[in-house]
Design a binder for this molecule. Structure first.
Ligand code: ZN
Ligand code: ZN
Length: 332
């Protein structure tokens, strides 16, 4: 059930009408020759029992457009109206074709200059694969798509917050009641306005690992060095427990921080020494003295750890791992 009808070369939108002008449209529409955007059948302006304004097929014929719930119609109208107020050209049920030849129909399509935004209202179940494929179709077409979905149908694990697929949950939609976005503590109207006014942005923060070490002395050059033996991030901790396991943990640390950065933190670097006495066979990773380059075997490291209760840690800000989230600008 579209909110849009074709009127000659123009479009008319139900959300532009108040009760009075809608009633007067109803009295003159026959002379206007309004057509449905889906199939060019004759369109009739109607008012649902719940008060939604929409256009209906005079004869549905073989049109394949799917019926929508009253809630969907209501939320779509609300979003379209808000988008228009925010200064965008807005069309509902807008048809486009991706370069692949696949067609898309946007619930709410907004355009301003070169910017194209689609807002999809998703109140019924949809597989994640379908969502991502529709998202991709928009992307290929140069359209940025955001999803407004009902939290009674989707949860926050459906699509994790990410920049590629902005997916936002609203409270249970009820016709006539403006839904809210709990995670932003705002109404849908205010949210859509922020989204289309550049006041919603994706921000990323680097992961911060703490690298654990003990203060020691190199067996070879006798200088004070810092032997790395573990790390933690938030609640997760991984530290050397046995001689073979020390190699595994140190290997994990090489995935977090490179030797150059370990050195700049004043820590030993980490290297592989397959045949080193004191390392377990097939567990080659161990500390390397940052001053003389001598390997510090893991048997030695574990012995040191047994008798050294004073373990320390230093924070390391990741250069390639980030946590991101959508943030609303509080003072638009
Ligand atoms: Zn149709
Ligand atoms: Zn040394």
């Amino acid at each position: 059930m579209p909110l849009r009808a074709k009127y000659g070369q123009e479009d008319i939108s139900a959300f532009d009408y108040d009760q009075k002008s809608w009633d007067s449209l109803k009295s003159i529409y026959k002379k206007m020759g309004l057509l449905m955007p889906c199939c060019n059948a004759k369109a009739i302006p109607k008012t649902s029992k719940l008060g939604n304004h929409y256009f209906s097929h005079s004869v549905k014929g073989d049109c394949t457009s799917v019926a929508e719930s009253q809630e969907h119609l209501y939320v779509k109208g609300l979003v379209a109206k808000t988008a228009k107020k925010s200064g965008w050209d807005v069309k509902t049920e807008w048809y486009g074709i991706a370069p692949s030849g696949e067609q898309w129909v946007a619930d709410v399509y907004c355009q301003k200059g070169n910017a194209q935004v689609a807002i999809e209202i998703q109140l019924s179940r949809q597989t994640k694969a379908e969502t991502l494929s529709r998202q991709n179709r928009y992307k290929q077409s140069g359209v940025r798509c955001a999803w407004i979905a009902s939290k009674t149908v989707f949860d926050c694990n459906y699509i994790h917050s990410n920049k590629e697929t902005p997916f936002f949950l609203i409270s249970k939609p009820v016709v006539g009641e403006i839904p809210t976005l709990d995670s932003f503590n705002v109404s849908l109207v205010s949210f859509v306005d922020s989204l289309l006014s550049g006041n919603l942005s994706w921000t990323e923060e680097p992961w911060i690992h703490s690298i654990q070490y003990i203060e020691d002395q190199c067996w070879k050059c006798k200088k004070e060095n810092k032997q790395v033996f573990g790390y933690f991030i938030d609640w997760y901790e991984s530290r050397a427990m046995t001689v073979p396991n020390a190699s595994t943990v140190l290997s994990e640390i090489t995935n977090i921080v490179n030797n150059e950065d370990l050195k700049s933190l004043g820590l030993n670097s980490i290297g592989e020494f397959g045949k080193l006495k004191g390392n377990a066979p097939n567990f080659p990773f161990c500390n390397i003295c940052l001053y003389c380059g001598a390997p510090q075997n893991n048997y030695y490291l574990m012995e040191k750890l047994k008798f050294n209760s004073e373990t320390k840690s230093v924070e390391y800000q990741s250069k390639n791992q980030f946590t991101g989230k959508w943030l609303l600008n509080e003072n638009p």
